[in-house]
Design a protein around this ligand. Structure first.
Ligand code: GN1
Ligand code: MG
Length: 363
């Protein structure tokens, strides 16, 4: 039987694009999907993604969420909201001849994605954009979104998975990571933070679940936030998990896989900028106990991410794409170094958040 061709150019031609696809080049540094930029003419370019069904087994649920979320943001008049390009059959996504799933987005013109923030005002603007994303989705009509990755921020379940894989040790790697396993256990109390906040009045909302600065497109000329991207993990969840994720990626000036652990420092001024922006945009959606727990949320998510990288290292690098030997172990070590830095500064960070809350209350 002849199968239809599966190269990105041929796939792009199956979407309702305004012309013939001239070229499709790989794009970006995500760990999960394969992303390409399809060029239709010198001025019209589109993002094409082959979706990772191992990480996202419920693509129907994911794409239904994505369609509802993007159309809601557009209907609200968000100026640069992410826009799906329909397939030639009018669907939001398609399967190629080998059964692999693809979707396409419009490319936001004049936008850039960059990891990290340099200054507290930039931190504030980026955090406000992610907070604003939560705010715009707070009144999404219809049934709850699918929780297509159940327990995504269930720290206790993440820890159990880590302990199981460490006990099974399928690749014989446990001996090389005893110190990291001990660190994961030493901070195990962080696993219960979100459930504790729930008991103190926090209510789940629609959250992004991957709020790294490079998931916010910014104006190439001015740096102003334009559009939140990477909406695959938008699900019901804890609002503060988004803040914690953002702080993880943005309050430290080193990348998540930094090998020089002395560089894994939380910058308290950047942290305060992030807190100010997030509280300004999403604070009113949060319970009082959540508002003062921003530093704890950062520690909980940094810990959880370290646990996830460590579990993947022990499992043999089956989840995150790795680009060098020991990459997941390096990532884990960097997360735990950042966790130590946040813990050392926790009192100062809590005092700064309290001051911001006082200022915002009296403003
Ligand atoms: C994964 O591939 P990317 O960067 O979109 C992961 C996030 C992690 C992140 C760590 C579905 O996201 O949860 O925080 O790597 N996404 C999923 O860099 O697991
Ligand atoms: Mg992501």
């Amino acid at each position: 039987m002849n199968r239809p061709p599966c190269d990105p150019c041929a796939i792009a031609a199956r979407f309702a694009l305004p012309g013939r696809v001239l070229d499709a080049e790989p794009l970006g540094g995500g760990h999960i999907h394969d992303t390409f930029v399809a060029t239709v003419s010198p001025v019209e370019r589109f993002v094409l993604q082959r979706l990772n069904e191992r990480v996202f087994p419920d693509l129907d649920g994911l794409m239904e969420n994505l369609g509802r979320v993007t159309r809601h943001l557009q209907a609200q008049g968000a100026p640069h909201a992410l826009t799906l390009v329909p397939t030639a059959d009018g669907d939001d996504w398609l399967r190629d001849g080998e059964g692999r799933a693809w979707r396409a987005f419009r490319l936001v013109p004049g936008a850039v994605s960059r990891n990290g923030v340099d200054t507290p005002p930039e931190a504030c603007a980026v955090a406000a954009a992610f907070g604003d994303f939560q705010r715009r989705l707070a009144d999404l009509p219809g049934p709850p979104l699918h929780e297509h990755l159940p327990g995504f921020h269930d720290g206790a379940a993440r820890l159990r998975s880590l302990q199981d894989i460490a006990a099974a040790d399928p690749c014989g790697r446990a001996a090389s990571s005893r110190a990291e396993l001990a660190c994961a256990l030493e901070h195990a109390h962080l696993a219960g933070l979100f459930a504790d906040l729930g008991r103190l009045g926090a209510v789940p909302g629609i959250v992004h679940n991957d709020t790294k600065p490079d998931n916010l497109l910014r104006d190439a000329a001015t740096g102003a936030p334009l559009c939140v991207i990477d909406l695959d993990t938008v699900m019901p969840g804890w609002r503060l998990a988004d803040f914690g994720d953002l702080a993880r990626a943005a309050c430290c000036r080193a990348p998540e896989d930094e090998r020089d652990l002395s560089r894994m420092q939380a910058d308290a001024d950047l942290f305060a900028g992030l807190a100010r922006g997030f509280l300004h945009a999403a604070g009113p959606l949060c319970a009082p106990a959540e508002r003062s727990a921003l530093p704890d949320a950062a520690m909980a998510i940094v810990w959880e991410q370290g646990v996830r990288f460590l579990a993947d290292w022990l499992a043999g690098d089956t989840y995150y794409a790795v680009h060098r030997p020991g990459h997941n172990l390096d990532r884990c070590r960097a997360q735990f170094a950042l966790l130590r830095s946040l813990s050392r500064q926790a009192d100062d960070l809590r005092a700064r958040v309290a001051r911001i809350l006082d200022e915002q209350e009296t403003a």
